[in-house]
Design a protein around this ligand. Structure first.
Ligand code: 13P
Ligand code: SF4
Length: 305
């Protein structure tokens, strides 16, 4: 089946199933283009919770689809590629979290949404890259265990009076973006601005003009008066930035900053997912209830933004 035919079929099946397609900003361009909504982790969670459709086709990585399934319990959540997981989310297991908590009495636990549902169930509150500082500042205790991303933890530590104890996880895509990559591009485009994701290394963040979630990068791009912007995050977002802002040049800080799992979702897999109604994302009830509490707590804080 050619690409146009595939897009037409997806559209027909979407109507038949009363489905909505949600896609993360790192998805392939053609996947972003068939989606009803493209966004960051927080935006996608909000959309999943608010949709009136029966079926959510989630084009992203597994923890994102799991969050959608938790927030939209009456909907069928499908992930076109089950193996699209986030390696950072798998860097902390529930048993490790419990042991860590035991060793640190009198602290509260913040889990970045890039974590599995059972880890979320064991934390006090979740956060995303767009609200991490706000979430940490909302807590009563001074001491905060922050998992799994050490780079995001370090960014929060620099912006919050709390005592942050990081888990040693990281995102291989963002951790691979180096200060020398930014400096090289800055020499070529001296008038450019540098925007980076808070999953980047502290020395990369130091060189940035702005530190943003992917959603905030999309918003800022609509307002910027810069001609050149260096983007320190996964390169999939450049598709959308270029499409929406043809007069600005967006330069990836590192050409090879590609999340392999984000790219596993294809148009064909979306088509098959809608056709065969698979793979369904289900979270066991006992995990769901506790994980939902931690996510909803975060959502209330983001609402009051
Ligand atoms: P955002 O919430 O900023 O889109 O980040 C998600 C993610 O996986 C970053 O690597
Ligand atoms: Fe996980 Fe990094 Fe991929 Fe985001 S870019 S989904 S944090 S591996």
């Amino acid at each position: 089946m050619n690409k146009n035919k595939m897009i037409q079929k997806i559209d027909e099946l979407k109507k038949q199933r009363n489905a909505v397609i949600l896609a993360h900003n790192y998805q392939r361009g053609e996947v972003q283009d068939v989606a009803d909504y493209v966004g960051d982790s927080l935006g996608l969670s909000i959309k999943a919770a608010q949709t009136d459709k029966d079926v959510i086709v989630f084009c992203g990585v597994y923890f994102m689809a799991e969050t959608a399934a938790i927030l939209a319990p009456d909907k069928t959540v499908l992930i076109p590629e089950e193996k699209a997981t986030c390696p950072m989310a798998d860097m902390i297991k529930e048993s490790q979290l419990e042991e860590w908590k035991q060793k640190n009495p009198g602290s509260q636990v913040v889990c970045y949404v890039n974590s599995t549902a059972d880890v979320k169930a064991g934390c006090d509150i979740c956060c995303t890259s767009s609200n991490a500082v706000q979430v940490v500042d909302s807590l009563d205790e001074k001491k905060v265990l922050f998992a799994p991303d050490k780079n995001l933890a370090s960014y929060v530590d620099d912006h919050s009076p709390k005592e942050i104890i990081p888990w040693e996880g990281y995102c291989y895509v963002h951790d691979d973006i180096r200060a020398k990559d930014i400096m090289k591009l800055k020499q070529i485009y001296p008038d450019s601005e540098v925007w980076v994701h808070p999953e980047c290394r502290p020395e990369v963040i130091k060189l940035a003009d702005k530190v943003f979630s992917t959603g905030k990068m999309v918003e800022e791009a609509r307002k910027t008066e810069k001609k050149d912007v260096i983007i320190g995050t996964e390169t999939g977002i450049i598709h959308r930035l270029k499409k929406e802002n043809p007069n600005v040049k967006f330069h990836p800080a590192r050409k090879y900053a590609v999340c392999r799992n984000m790219k596993k979702t294809t148009l064909k897999k979306i088509y098959l997912s809608l056709k065969n109604m698979e793979k369904k994302v289900e979270v066991p009830q006992h995990i769901k209830q506790r994980a939902e509490k931690a996510i909803q707590k975060m959502m209330r804080i983001s609402d009051s933004d």
